[in-house]
Design a protein around this ligand. Sequence first.
Ligand code: ATP
Ligand code: MG
Length: 693
Amino acid sequence: GEVAEADPFARLNAEQRSAVEHDSKLPAAQQSPLLIVAGAGSGKTNTLAHRVAKLILDGADPHRILLLTFSRRAASDMGRRVGQVIRQVMGLSPSAAPPELPWSGTFHAIGARLLRDYAAQIGLEEDFTIQDRGDSEDLMGLLRHEMGLSATDKRFPLKATCLNIYSRAVNTREDLGQVLQTHFPWCREWEAQLAELFSRYVDAKEEQHVLDYDDLLLFWADMLSDEEIARLAGERFDHVLVDEYQDTNRLQAEILQRMKPDGACVTAVGDDAQSIYSFRGATVRNILDFPALFSRPARVVTLEQNYRSTQPILAASNAVIAEAPERHHKNLWSDKASSQKPQLVLIPDEVEQARWVANRVLAHREQGMTLKSQAVLFRTATHSAALELELVRRNIPFVKFGGLKFLESTHIKDLLSLLRLAHNPSGRMAGFRALQLIPGVGPATAKKVLDLMAAAPDPADTLLNFAAPANVALEWQAFADTYALMRRAAEPWPTDINAARDWYLPQLERKYEDATARAADIEQLAALAGGYASREKFLTELTLDPPESSSDYSAPPYRDEDYLTLSTIHSAKGQEWRSVHVLNVVDGCIPSDLATGNEAEIAEERRLLYVAMTRAREHLHLVVPQRFYITQQTPQGDRHVNAIRSRFVTPRMLPHFEDSLWLSAETNGARTPVPESVKMLVRQRAKNAWKKS
Ligand code: ATP
Ligand code: MG
């Protein structure tokens, strides 16, 4: 029956309802902040959505609700859930448009919008562009090189490490010495040089009118230290709600506190046992400190019933988190009985693992479980390589989330650099990239021209009038004409992306053998651009919340097709599937070999496994390949290494898993330490995950 339930709020349990209705009878000025701390699958996000719906039904203006989520996808999921509740209550048809929540998104995306609004008041150039992680690294690398640091000392931290150190200091508000001591002890000897490098990095960004990701939070927090701006910005919103609060950092807590000093109408939800972003400076302390963050004390609501998973799945997940060094006081229970325990599957190697998982997925589908209700999760994007091959071979459609992003491919970055240079002629990293796309133009010429452009009243003129060397004169002219068209386009956006595309496509053919496939991406991007109101909006959105998979770009009906989800655990946060497979539940993968620095890192890896396991509703399979193949040029050629079951699945937990399988687990043998040479290979492979194509 399609009988719409009259009162969606009646489905909530007592604690959920009390959180939804918290202070709803009081005038805003008397409300207190609300914190919901609860375990996985207890309905935190669902409760938040009901609270937003209730606020709107009670008359709140959706345009004055600030809803902070972890990703763009989470924001749109939330919007959908809110819409559903409202439609049910109002008796509207399921096709009725949901209310728009224009201020829902990530902290970074919302920060970018507010900074544009207040740019003039805080001395930011209005044409600022946002630099992605890759460009930030490159800028760091360039300055590092200019300071001669790489030349004098070969061991000086790489550009990516430099950016990590800088970013951690910014996001945690710790000073450099402290950050080095606790997180990068091997870099301590370079504290003075790093300090100098970072101050140059900050100056360079300012000079070039670019902000990096961290700046979006930093400038936002800092602009709020001005009382008048804080009041203006805070008063734009009647309600502020934050999901996944355990993964926010110091700066984000500061922002909340400054936007709403008394905490009235602020709601945060989170789970300390699921904190998995401390490597980016997030801190569970935020949850612990929330009750005292504002001038008014917060009310804390806890939820204990898990509505997602069957009892056996929950029991196994609880067993994994129960052995964490820090205590998570949760009494999660579920009334979804099931006789099926999760499986711990031992398999000879990764190829067999891929085959077995593909078989299971198809078997589940036979039993009526769509591909969309199933997911395969893994610690690192590279771990799914063998499975992807198998899925392609067997024609099983899938979409992969996390890991390499569409925007990181060279040709997409090339095209965007053209748009960025048109938007902000002072931006060096985009400028370097764009100008060197002109055949025959190298770094020296690019630098000279960029210096001229930055100082010129009309940078397009500079390009048109530049006396390029005779051998590149024609190419130069074509580029300058395109640039002038982009800068001066009389027609509205997206004329300029079309101009950029038309100029770039021939370069692409010259540059790549697989130009056809790349050209299709470019066409897709240009088509997508039409959906944005302006060049600025397009660039900002794309940089801040890049699509997580290339399928985010594909038009329906592809989206409507049934497909399996492949995802890193990080990207699977907050979601659920009827069936979940977790790949490579072995030491070196979970916990990752990259993260065996200290106990805190290991604890975070344990929470990651907990997050992965708690995504499952009915079926959970942890797969343990006994061997990895290392496809790498070694004197021995391709080789394999022995693997051991993840240390997080201790013998004491085995009774939580299906009998037949844990027997073979015991034959897995004694734990032998992984030889150092093998660790190196595994690490090497993980490192390649970040290589840009
Ligand atoms: P996570 O910690 O993984 O983010 P969560 O606490 O946010 O989980 P939700 O995603 O909100 O949990 O809810 C988990 C599942 O439980 C969803 O399918 C949701 O619809 C369902 N659920 C939540 N509350 C109830 C309820 N009172 N009755 C029935 N189902 C519920
Ligand atoms: Mg949630």
